[in-house]
Design a protein around this ligand. Structure first.
Ligand SMILES: *[C@@H]1O[C@H](CO)[C@@H](O)[C@H](O)[C@H]1NC(C)=O
Ligand SMILES: *[C@@H]1O[C@H](CO)[C@@H](O)[C@H](O)[C@H]1NC(C)=O
Ligand SMILES: *[C@@H]1O[C@H](CO)[C@@H](O)[C@H](O)[C@H]1NC(C)=O
Ligand SMILES: *[C@@H]1O[C@H](CO)[C@@H](O)[C@H](O)[C@H]1NC(C)=O
Ligand SMILES: *[C@@H]1O[C@H](CO)[C@@H](O)[C@H](O)[C@H]1NC(C)=O
Ligand SMILES: *[C@@H]1O[C@H](CO)[C@@H](O)[C@H](O)[C@H]1NC(C)=O
Ligand SMILES: *[C@@H]1O[C@H](CO)[C@@H](O)[C@H](O)[C@H]1NC(C)=O
Ligand SMILES: *[C@@H]1O[C@H](CO)[C@@H](O)[C@H](O)[C@H]1NC(C)=O
Length: 610
């Protein structure tokens, strides 16, 4: 395989890593020059470099060795950076000369394959159709992390086209370029997508931290299923320039990390206005004065915190709470939060906006919009409110803009390719490798087809009234649901008087759903609002489960506070045990064996014993 050759070459460059014996069994992390670096935060890794115990070259060498040791199983890294060791050396020299750039100085990081990097890497969004092309300039956030001292050691794999190639029945974490990324907790279980390679890599210590992106769930869901931390920020907080476009209104880059502190360190580096991304102008003025990292708190901060549970549908009925063995674990966490001093508000109605939010017979804010299928198309939603139209249209527009600055060599048949129509046609013509003519067979089958591309082609990229009606409905309904839920209206039973209580955040369970995946991302995606993800436990199949925290527009600083307090209280960090890493064959399994999941209506999604 191509990637293996590159890895071997890089490892040869790295030389032998002292102390790195390759153990049998479930792959314990080898020590790095005698130092145990497993699961360490950026801060601690940095302290080793400051103390002279490790250099950036040591870290890069150890991570490259780890990639070499595990990547054939995990399929999480598509390419390593042939220049990684040279960059590390430069960082070490700078440090030796007394120049220290900050907490990322010399720290290795990976970026998802949809971040364009202006170096020897390919960037292809996991596709074959973009492989071999170049963009006009490096992704702004990559340039920022490099300038902060980060050492780019490679690109991580992803669900093909960020889960934007097929509308349904595709394997998350699979791409025709790199194959199926695997969940190290249980190889038969999904990683969720689409930042799958980034989360696998961080979770298995192939790297210290990684960047992913989210249009609709691609940071929050895989981080939940691999027990990591992230913040999907408000689109506009940081630049999307140089990141392959899914949707102008929904896309956000973001860090995937082992702690909220690490997430915040990266946020501080990544945020800011960019002349190449006009949406970033909306974020100016919303960055905290002393930075996001200054907002990290301990569990004591939970005292007096006010947290809401949007009961319908998240806690009442969705598969993510009803998965085998999960409800009791979530309930326990809520009790722990209360015991730590937080007040929990059970949000059962949105009395102030209840009627505004209704359509058809729905009466509760989140019920009307929280689709368990993410971007799916539940039959109970009137077609004019179809969010698939929104995403398909924005994808056609976005790819056209992307391709305008993307170039293939002149002798390449794709030279001059400028629309998603041409991308879809190229996939068809190369159906033997791209699987574009597949018929949407569930999961592992690489012939997933390209129904999402086809839907995008059908929109002609026309942002007409159908688009704006659906987009406007989604954006307004979701924003109102989140905003109004942040004001809890307490009613005095005897006097009938109401008191408004401002909440610090909303907690949403984000375990693996019975039939598909997690669904905490939809409403913040529609709204264009931020969401944090905190690991809380493992489900009955050894797969991690998380808790999402919903915040308000540009409310990332508050999310850091709430999520870091929860992190300190829960301190969940079970190591992956590599269950079934030798026996898991083709597909990771969808529903739990012995369970059937009903998806007949938007609100009745649930799984029960067959
Ligand atoms: C980039 O992809 C090409 C195939 O198009 C491959 O030959 C090359 O090795 C890749 N580069 C790296 C750095 O992996
Ligand atoms: C912002 O940029 C997008 C393309 O990225 C463009 O379609 C839009 O017209 C721009 N808006 C303004 C107000 O410049
Ligand atoms: C929240 O309210 C619902 C509906 O009244 C109830 O069924 C549920 O048990 C309550 N949950 C908590 C944690 O109080
Ligand atoms: C696209 O390329 C044009 C021409 O080279 C350049 O002027 C423009 O700034 C580029 N746009 C982006 C978003 O990189
Ligand atoms: C599918 O690929 C085969 C070759 O693998 C080719 O003969 C055929 O024309 C392709 N189909 C389409 C619709 O392009
Ligand atoms: C779709 O794929 C399945 C599994 O490969 C196959 O059994 C079925 O015949 C295919 N259907 C069509 C219409 O091609
Ligand atoms: C891994 O998942 C499979 C179902 O896909 C399940 O049968 C198995 O028990 C799980 N392994 C563990 C250790 O939970
Ligand atoms: C919905 O349920 C039907 C019947 O159980 C099943 O065939 C279909 O694949 C399910 N769809 C999704 C998206 O889970």
């Amino acid at each position: 395989m191509r990637s293996t050759h590159v890895l071997r070459a890089a490892l040869a460059l790295a030389g032998a890593v002292s102390g790195a014996c390759i153990p049998a069994g479930p792959f314990p992390m080898p020590k790095c020059k005698g130092v145990d670096i497993e699961d360490l935060s950026i801060e601690i890794l940095q302290s080793f470099m400051v103390a002279g115990k490790l250099t950036s070259r040591d870290l890069v060498s150890c991570y490259l060795a780890r990639i070499e040791q595990t990547n054939e199983y995990l399929k999480s890294v598509s390419e390593v950076n042939p220049d990684a060791l040279a960059i590390a050396d430069a960082m070490d020299e700078e440090r030796a000369a007394g120049h220290f750039r900050g907490p990322m100085h010399g720290i290795p990081f990976l970026v998802k394959d949809n971040y364009y990097t202006n170096d020897k890497h390919n960037t292809s969004e996991g596709t074959l159709v973009l492989l071999g092309g170049r963009y006009s300039s490096e992704a702004t956030v990559v340039a920022k992390v490099r300038a902060a001292g980060g050492v780019l050691i490679g690109h991580s794999t992803m669900s093909e086209a960020a889960d934007h190639r097929a509308l349904s029945n595709y394997a998350s974490g699979y791409s025709s370029r790199t194959g199926q990324g695997r969940n190290p907790y249980n190889f038969t279980q999904s990683t969720a997508g689409s930042s799958s390679g980034s989360v696998i890599a961080v979770r298995t210590n192939q790297v210290a931290i990684a960047l992913g992106t989210e249009t609709h769930g691609s940071l929050t869901h895989p981080s939940a299923q691999l027990g990591l931390y992230t913040i999907k920020s408000t689109p506009g907080l940081m630049s999307r320039h140089g990141v392959v476009t899914g949707s102008y209104y929904h896309d956000t880059p973001g860090p995937l990390a082992r702690s909220m502190k690490d997430v915040s360190i990266l946020l501080d580096i990544m945020v800011g206005a960019d002349k190449y991304d006009n949406l970033t102008l909306t974020g100016v003025g919303s960055y905290p004065e002393k930075g996001y990292a200054s907002k990290v708190v301990k569990k004591q901060a939970l005292k007096g915190m006010k947290l809401g549970l949007p009961w319908f549908p998240y806690w009442a009925s969705q598969g993510h709470i009803n998965s085998p063995g999960t409800r009791a674990k979530y309930d326990k966490r809520i009790k722990e939060l209360e015991a730590a001093g937080a007040t929990i508000y059970n949000i059962t109605t949105l009395s102030r906006y209840g009627t505004l939010l209704t359509y058809a017979t729905k009466t509760r804010g989140f019920d009307s919009i929280a689709s368990p299928y993410g971007g799916g198309n539940p039959t109970s939603i009137p077609s004019q409110f179809n969010q698939v139209t929104v995403f398909s249209t924005l994808m056609a527009v976005g790819y056209a803009e992307w391709l305008a600055n993307w170039s293939f060599p002149e002798d390449d048949s794709r030279h001059g390719m400028s629309t998603i129509d041409e991308m879809a046609a190229w996939n068809d013509a190369h159906n033997d490798t791209t699987g574009a003519l597949g018929n949407g067979t569930w999961w592992w089958d690489p012939k997933t087809g390209q129904s999402f591309y086809d839907a995008a082609v059908a929109t002609k990229g026309e942002m007409g009234s159908a688009f704006w009606t659906a987009f406007g409905w989604g954006r307004m309904t979701a924003a109102q649901a989140i905003d109004s839920a942040h004001t809890y209206v307490a009613v005095d039973e005897t006097t009938g008087e109401t008191t408004a209580v401002a909440l610090d955040g909303l907690l949403v369970p984000s375990g693996r759903g019975g039939g598909y995946g997690n669904a905490c991302a939809s409403v913040p995606a529609y709204a264009g609002y931020p969401v944090a993800q905190v690991p809380v436990d493992q489900d009955g199949f050894a797969t991690p489960m998380g808790m999402c925290v919903y915040g308000q527009k540009f409310g990332e600083a508050k999310l850091v506070e709430v999520a870091s307090a929860m992190e300190d209280l829960f301190q969940w960090n079970e190591k992956p045990m590599w269950h079934e890493y030798l026996t898991a064959k083709g597909p990771w399994l969808a529903t739990w064996p012995g369970y059937t999941c009903s998806n007949s209506s938007l609100n009745a999604y649930s799984c029960s014993k067959a």
